[in-house]
Design a protein around this ligand. Structure first.
Ligand code: B12
Ligand code: SF4
Length: 460
């Protein structure tokens, strides 16, 4: 009979890893003797029925963890079940979307309380307040409605010390539900049947204008190398060797990275790891560092390149030019390390020549690096970011409800013409590049997409 039920709504994405947010919260609550259940609606076809069955008089609150997009609608459906069970049982929403767009979240009937930012400490304060009937005003970094008006409490000043995170309660999760078979064969470059994740840093030292880090503005923090190793050990103890690091940018501190990689080698773990990283870090490394990466089991990187146009890269404050990515790609190719190069289409003010530069960069990376996988997606305006404000300024309609935010991805990708994207450019994009992923073997397809076009500008 759980005191707290934590829900990961259905993302519609191939789900090959349990979600870390709810695991972190559960770890904190369990340490205080609070009983917890986690329901991941992406992997549990009967998740809503299970929720209904779990709700009982001992339930103190239900937590819902979301990011922008379809998860929001699935979260609303879960909250409606809680409402039907007991309209007074608090439904608490947390995650990146409620943290960066608290007003429309709080205005929704399915929401009683929003948690702003990281939840490890907040969830404990919240539990105490609700369980003991004390004032929510004493809980840091939350929002709730009072007398029909939104109220936001004092922001927590201390950031959570990532080293104090308790061991994650994998026993709360049926890991077999995440085993591969349903998802893509080579997920994040990892071949293992079961994948688990670690978040070893929080925030990012950069503030690219489209990224949630520009909205959250949290201080960049990292776990100590020793704590990272203990998280890896917990995963290995589950019989799992495939790890995705969910950090935005893991390798900010090279010495720490080297300590972690050397210790993994020393322990003799046979791991395969996916890591997100910036091009400028990779471009600056020597052969010895690449050899260390390979020896420790880093099999794939995720690199946010965003644009091939230095004009756009300057505008979005990426703080690196496209040549840096070419240099990183060259080094990765030399050492045979796979990487996913992510590009974005639809930055406000982007011109045809910028998109051509992006295409040129995608082509050049694919054609010169057999280990590259390159993809291009349309910009999702993340609330609270300067890029989102630019979209509004250019006439993109401000989403007014949580449902509007749930549909942002559909809206940007399939419906209508977002006002911040030039019409002709959007047509061109849809015709040639929409959703494109091209490892080198698909180059003939790309070539054919360009039939009849002037390719004289292209340099490979
Ligand atoms: C793993 C991951 C996924 C996974 C799981 C999503 C999830 N629930 O986290 C999957 C594959 C499903 C996914 C999908 C997408 N993702 Co994603 N994803 C990530 C990633 C890399 C790591 C998330 C993570 O593990 N964080 C670590 C945990 C500990 O943090 P957390 O989840 O935020 O939880 C903390 C707090 O938010 C809070 N909290 C969270 N939930 C709750 C609930 C309660 C009740 C409380 C009190 C507190 C609370 O407490 C937690 C502990 O501090 C992040 C980047 C990042 N570094 O966060 C992007 C990120 C979350 N994803 C993002 C995006 C854009 C997407 C997609 C839209 C991408 C796309 N183009 O399709 C899709 C969503 C699609 C969909 N159909 O729903 C954005 C979010 C943007 C936004 N405004 O919401 C991020 C931040 C990446 C980025 N930098 O832009 N993603
Ligand atoms: S895009 Fe990458 S480098 Fe830029 S702020 Fe976000 S995580 Fe940091």
């Amino acid at each position: 009979m759980a005191n707290v039920i934590l829900i990961d709504p259905d993302s519609g994405c191939p789900n090959t890893r349990p979600q870390l947010g709810t695991l972190h919260l559960a770890a904190m609550l369990l340490q205080q003797g609070v009983t917890v259940e986690i329901l991941d609606l992406s992997v549990l076809p009967d998740g809503l029925a299970r929720l209904q069955a779990l709700l009982n008089d001992n339930t103190i609150f239900v937590g819902i963890s979301v990011v922008i997009g379809p998860m929001l609608r699935s979260g609303i459906a879960a909250a409606e079940i809680v409402r039907r069970f007991n309209p007074d049982l608090p439904v608490v929403w947390g995650g990146v979307h409620p943290s960066t767009e608290p007003d429309t979240t709080l205005a929704h009937d399915a929401v009683d309380i929003v948690c702003l930012g990281e939840g490890e400490e907040t969830v404990l304060e919240l539990y105490d307040a609700i369980a003991n009937g004390t004032s929510l005003h004493n809980v840091h970094s939350i929002g709730f409605m009072e007398n029909g008006k939104p109220v936001f409490t004092r922001k927590r000043h201390e950031y959570f010390d990532l080293d104090s995170l308790p061991a994650l309660p994998y026993h709360l999760i049926d890991l077999s539900l995440y085993k591969r078979g349903k998802g893509p064969e080579d997920f994040f470059g990892l071949k293992g049947e079961q994948i688990l994740s670690i978040e070893s840093t929080r925030g990012c030292a950069f503030r690219c204008t489209y990224c949630v880090n520009a909205a959250k503005r949290e201080k960049f923090r990292k776990m100590s190398a020793e704590k990272v190793i203990s998280c890896v050990e917990d995963i290995v103890n589950q019989g799992v060797n495939s790890i995705t690091f969910n950090d935005d940018n893991l390798f900010v501190d090279k010495r720490r990275a080297e300590t972690i990689l050397n210790e993994i080698i020393r322990r003799g773990w046979k791991l395969e790891m996916f890591i997100a990283v910036r091009s400028d870090f990779l471009a600056a490394q020597d052969d010895a560092f690449y050899e260390l990466l390979i020896k420790a089991g880093v099999t794939m990187f995720g690199i946010g390149v965003e644009s091939g146009s230095n004009r756009v890269l300057d505008h979005i404050r990426k703080k690196e030019g496209i040549d840096v990515t070419f240099e990183a790609s060259k080094k990765l190719a030399k050492h045979g390390i796979k990487a996913w190069y992510h590009f974005i289409f639809g930055f406000p003010g982007e011109r045809r020549e910028d998109l051509e530069a992006t295409y040129r960069a995608m082509y050049r990376i694919s054609a010169t690096n057999p280990y590259a996988q390159v993809n291009l997606n349309q910009l999702i305006p993340n609330p609270g970011t300067p890029s989102c404000q630019e979209c509004f300024d250019m006439g993109w309609p401000v989403p007014k409800t949580m449902e509007n935010w749930a549909d942002v991805m559909v809206h940007t990708r399939r419906m209508g013409r977002p006002a911040y994207v030039d019409e002709e450019l959007l047509d061109w994009f849809k015709e040639h590049l929409d959703g494109l992923v091209f490892p080198r073997r698909e180059m003939p397809y790309i070539e054919s997409a360009w039939n009849g076009h002037d390719l004289s500008w292209r340099e490979v």
